[in-house]
Design a protein around this ligand. Structure first.
Ligand code: 1HE
Length: 266
């Protein structure tokens, strides 16, 4: 399977996992409109057999962010439309109903960080670093960063990164909440694929609820959130597959929850 657009992406299905690689190392995976549209296109046309997506990157860096060569030729209104295009595209990453794991290394900058923030699980290797140089370039985030990043790292940290150009190391980004997994250099892709395998083993309805409903509940008032939780819990738990899974546990056919087992296959 490959992208239907001429975007610099390589998409390949491994069993129930679709892996999408940014593949424009010569421009450090700078994200032009064709690339974000290509990702959205893939996310909107996921075959039913795909249960989890991994977004990774070829080359020395995950992504240098927005392709700055596109900025030169835009009016202010076109910039609004361009930002809204990113919003739509990255909403397809966050809200397709299929969980997305990103594998990060090297520079995760600007729009690259916004792309990573739209994924559900971020696996970073120790070479990763995070920056929002928008202010230094005289621009503002436009790919959803102002909405998604404060939810990960808080307004104060994002403000610091933008105003002072502070670059977070992999360890600092991990402590701040950007990555859920921090792994040795060169291992992010492999760990991301292992986690995707694990996620793909969940029921599709649970994966939908966690990836697509949970963030909306978290954004809602507690009252609306709890009401929504009760309804989605009822729908998920009455899925026919659930009965068999509960019986498997009660009859001792599946492994118990073990300390430190997160991300390991059972
Ligand atoms: C690019 C871009 C880009 C590299 N747009 N062409 N993002 C930034 O402000 C980050 C800008 N990039 C960098 O700081 C560095 O390129 C890196 C630290 C990521 C990598 O450094 P390095 O030494 O490995 O590569 P390089 O030599 O700087 O770049 C290689 C080529 O990629 C070079 O082109 P060439 O034709 O001279 O070979 C660079 O011009 C090109 N390149 N980054 C276009 N970003 C939705 S709104 C989001 C707003 C933002 O994302 S703002 C942040 C933009």
């Amino acid at each position: 399977m490959s992208s239907t657009s001429d975007a610099p992406l390589v998409a390949e299905q491994f069993g129930s996992i679709l892996r999408i690689d940014l593949a424009r190392d010569e421009k450090r995976n700078a994200l032009n409109a064709a690339t974000v549209l290509g990702i959205a296109d893939l996310m909107q046309t996921l075959p039913e057999s795909v249960k989890c997506v991994v977004i990774a990157a070829r080359g020395t860096h995950f992504s240098a962010g927005l392709d700055l060569s596109e900025l030169v030729v835009r009016s202010s209104f076109e910039t609004v439309q361009h930002s809204r295009l990113w919003h739509r595209c990255l909403d397809h990453v966050q809200f397709s109903g299929v969980p997305v794991v990103s594998a990060l290394h090297g520079a995760v900058i600007g729009g690259g960080l916004e792309l990573a923030a739209s994924t559900h699980i971020r696996v970073a290797d120790e070479t990763s670093y995070y920056a929002l140089p928008e202010a230094a370039r005289g621009i503002f985030v436009g790919g959803g960063g102002s909405a998604r990043l404060p939810r990960l790292i808080g307004v104060a940290r994002m403000t610091d990164m933008m105003l002072t150009g502070r670059v977070l190391t992999a360890q600092e980004g991990h402590a701040a909440g950007i990555s859920q997994y921090l792994v040795p250099a060169g291992q992010a892709d492999e760990v991301a694929m292992q986690l995707a395998e694990k996620i793909a083993g969940n029921t599709p309805f649970t994966n939908y609820a966690v990836s697509s409903v949970l963030p909306r509940i978290a954004d809602a008032s507690q009252d609306v959130g709890l009401q929504t939780e009760a309804i989605i819990a009822s729908l998920v738990q009455t899925d026919p597959e659930v009965k068999g899974r509960l019986e498997d546990f009660l009859d001792g056919r599946v492994s118990k929850v073990q300390p430190g087992s997160a991300g390991q296959s059972s």
